[in-house]
Design a protein around this ligand. Structure first.
Ligand code: PLP
Ligand code: ZN
Length: 409
């Protein structure tokens, strides 16, 4: 990356403070590169910054109003603004829930991102880094939203996009990706099969792999901006609980990293407790948590209406383990919810809050209701539900439920 002009709006210089990649498990460190695993132990990586070097004044300005993901450049891993590929992601609204819960509940409405899911955050950062490293091709294995999102960013950045998604992916997400011009492979089997096929193809063809498990270490840097925005929107407060639907869980770990950085930089003294949510029909991380295990085992057959979070983790169980450890570290919890509860809350959100969400997103709401009942979340506390994606992308599945309701009614 040497020779790239540094730039800053005011001084003509932009200093990037991202310095290294580090293994989350064994602390191996190495240079920033498009690298996917630790050469020593094979675990996933994370981006390390020189926090001493961060310009507090710039960051203070970014934390004084929500003006989008790329307002947080002090803590993002891109050196040259010309490499940024953005569709104006982030700065999503935070609403107080209309449902009367016994504690303060807010929805972080990620359906308002450009391609209607939070995946625009990790993809905008990941693809910008890929551009900076000189890649022309990007790839992703996805349950649908990640692929639809990356294809839009690749179109905007004039790059080629290669996507592997399970055959069962909702049509709305497939059509989105096709219109943006992505090369699409519909894989037999579940998400883990798509993951393996894409990994193989990406290695062979030297594509930058954006797969949103922990495979790509830069995408989590997009997820973490949810934490910065929550901090701003809550009036510079850290919530007691952040409730997150889990695939492999990079979003959960990313949000936690965002708060850890704010603490490290002296903006707050607390950290939130992270709650990971999975559907009963695919809950490898929750089961490991319930059994107080140290490692996550993969799941055999995923069966749930919440397709976007149906990740059996076959072959990359260690990614689930990383999420499990983040939940332990934050003193949080893991919860599984039934499809019936999920669909109840899809309907409630639509009827009471005016939010039309896909089943995976409603799992966070179902979890909050459950944890209040179990008195894990207490009355005077604040809980944030991350509403991850819009219902229109999964309307066939939701249509079935409405027909069912019509018959019943
Ligand atoms: C990808 C996705 C998730 C899970 O995010 P991970 O970072 O993979 O854990 C949750 N909800 C929706 C709608 C998604 O598309
Ligand atoms: Zn390692």
């Amino acid at each position: 990356m040497d020779g790239i002009t540094k730039w800053n709006a005011r001084e003509g210089v932009w200093q990037m403070h991202a310095k290294k990649l580090k293994c989350w498990k064994c602390n191996w460190e190495g240079a920033l590169a498009m690298k996917y695993e630790c050469p020593v132990c094979g675990n996933s990586l994370e981006v390390v910054y020189d926090y001493e070097e961060v310009n507090k004044e710039n960051l203070e300005k970014a934390l004084s109003g929500c003006s989008g993901l790329w307002s947080f450049t002090e803590l993002l891993p891109v050196r040259n603004p010309e490499h940024i590929i953005s569709l104006n992601e982030g700065a999503t609204p935070l609403y107080r829930s209309s449902e009367e819960f016994e504690c303060q509940v807010y929805w972080k409405d990620e359906t308002r991102n450009p391609t209607l899911s939070f995946k625009d955050r990790p993809n905008s950062v990941g693809i910008s880094v890929a551009k900076e490293f000189g890649f022309q091709n990007v790839s992703i294995a996805s349950t649908g939203n990640g692929g639809a999102s990356l294809s839009a960013y690749a179109a905007k950045g004039k790059m080629q996009c290669h996507i592997c998604i399970p055959e069962s992916t909702p049509q709305g997400k497939v059509v989105q990706a096709e219109y943006h011009g992505a090369e699409l492979v519909l894989c037999k089997g579940d998400y883990s099969d798509s993951y393996q096929y894409n990994k193989q193809q990406s290695e062979k063809n030297k594509w930058a792999n954006m797969t949103s498990t922990y495979l790509n270490p830069y995408t989590m840097e997009g997820d973490k901006t949810i934490a910065y925005e929550l901090f701003i929107q809550l009036g510079r407060k850290v919530p007691e609980w952040v409730v997150v639907p889990l695939g492999a869980g990079a979003m959960l770990t990313g949000i936690y990293k965002g708060f850890v950085e704010l603490k490290r930089l002296g903006f707050c003294s607390e950290l939130p407790k992270m709650i990971g949510v999975q559907a009963e029909g695919c809950a490898p991380i929750v089961d490991a948590w319930l059994n107080k295990q140290d490692e996550v085992q993969h799941w055999d057959k995923c069966r749930t209406i919440a397709g976007a979070i149906a990740d059996p983790l076959k072959g990359y169980e260690k990614d689930g383990t990383r999420t499990l450890h983040c939940i332990y570290e934050s003193k949080g919890a893991a919860v599984k919810v039934s499809d019936k509860e999920i669909m109840y809350w899809v309907k409630q959100l639509a009827e009471r809050d005016g939010l039309f969400v896909e089943p995976a997103s409603a799992s966070a709401v179902a979890a909050i209701a459950q944890l209040l009942k179990e008195r894990v979340i207490k009355e005077d506390e604040t809980a944030i539900g991350i509403i991850t994606a819009h219902g229109l992308k999964d309307s066939e599945e939701l249509e079935k439920y409405i027909e069912h309701a019509r018959e019943d009614g």
